[in-house]
Design a protein around this ligand. Structure first.
Ligand code: SF4
Ligand code: SF4
Length: 217
């Protein structure tokens, strides 16, 4: 039985029904069933997972990001929830919820006040976070692979086709192409993002080394 089955919906507990009704009314795109952009949910989720290789440059310290640290917390100018302040009302800006089981799990960790936000960060794993959340950064230094990944999250299979053509080549392997292309693009993009992350970590190590150097003039 699926989330969209009316018979099931009628049997739901009151507070869970309330959560669903709120999602239908205020959720970002109000999609309850099916898969996004012509991809299966697990396949789409893997591309979302790749965002864990990105440095969003929020630079959290003591529970505040670099933007919030510019304000004075003591006089109430700062909002620690920052760009996640609308999470409760928008139910994490979720693009879609694929099944009843997923919806129930989300409901159990959702708070009407904070949504999925905690003072230690977002509760949701990357593979189910919304595209709205994953592509948001107010001051990130966007590299080419990051731009591609965000395009794929926004446009799904169309951007996968485009990436394949530009980075891998022509496709000549029969009719079940979408699945294989998506696999190839996932691996290709992952290795580029990993490479970038390693360079960043190496550079950071150098920077730390330089910061410790003491000059005498
Ligand atoms: S995206 Fe910007 S406002 Fe949001 S947490 Fe990061 S630094 Fe703060
Ligand atoms: S990142 Fe997480 S806490 Fe922030 S708005 Fe999205 S779902 Fe909510």
């Amino acid at each position: 039985m699926t989330f969209c089955d009316k018979k099931y919906y009628n049997k739901l507990s009151k507070s869970f029904s309330k959560f669903l009704e709120h999602y239908l009314k205020y959720g970002y795109q109000h999609q309850l069933c099916g898969s996004p952009k012509g991809m299966s949910a697990p396949s789409y989720g893997r591309f979302k997972e790749l965002t864990s290789l990105i440095d969003y440059e929020c630079d959290f310290k003591d529970g505040l990001c670099k933007v919030q640290r510019k304000y004075d917390v003591a006089v109430g100018d700062s909002n620690p929830k920052c760009c996640c302040a609308g999470c409760g009302n928008n139910i994490g800006y979720l693009d879609y919820i694929p099944s009843y089981e997923d919806a129930e799990q989300l409901w159990k960790i959702y708070s009407p006040v904070d949504g999925f936000w905690t003072d230690k960060g977002c509760r949701l794993p990357r593979n189910i976070r919304s595209v709205t959340c994953l592509i948001h950064s107010c001051e990130m230094n966007y590299s080419e692979p990051v731009i591609w990944l965000f395009d794929i999250l926004r446009n799904g299979i169309h951007s996968i086709d485009e990436y394949y053509l530009q980075h891998i080549g022509f496709y000549e392997r029969g009719d079940c192409g979408s699945h294989i292309k998506s696999e190839d693009v996932y691996k290709h993009l992952k290795s580029r993002l990993q490479y970038e992350r390693n360079i960043r970590i190496t550079n950071q190590a150098h920077m730390d080394e330089f910061e410790q150097m003491k000059f005498s003039w």
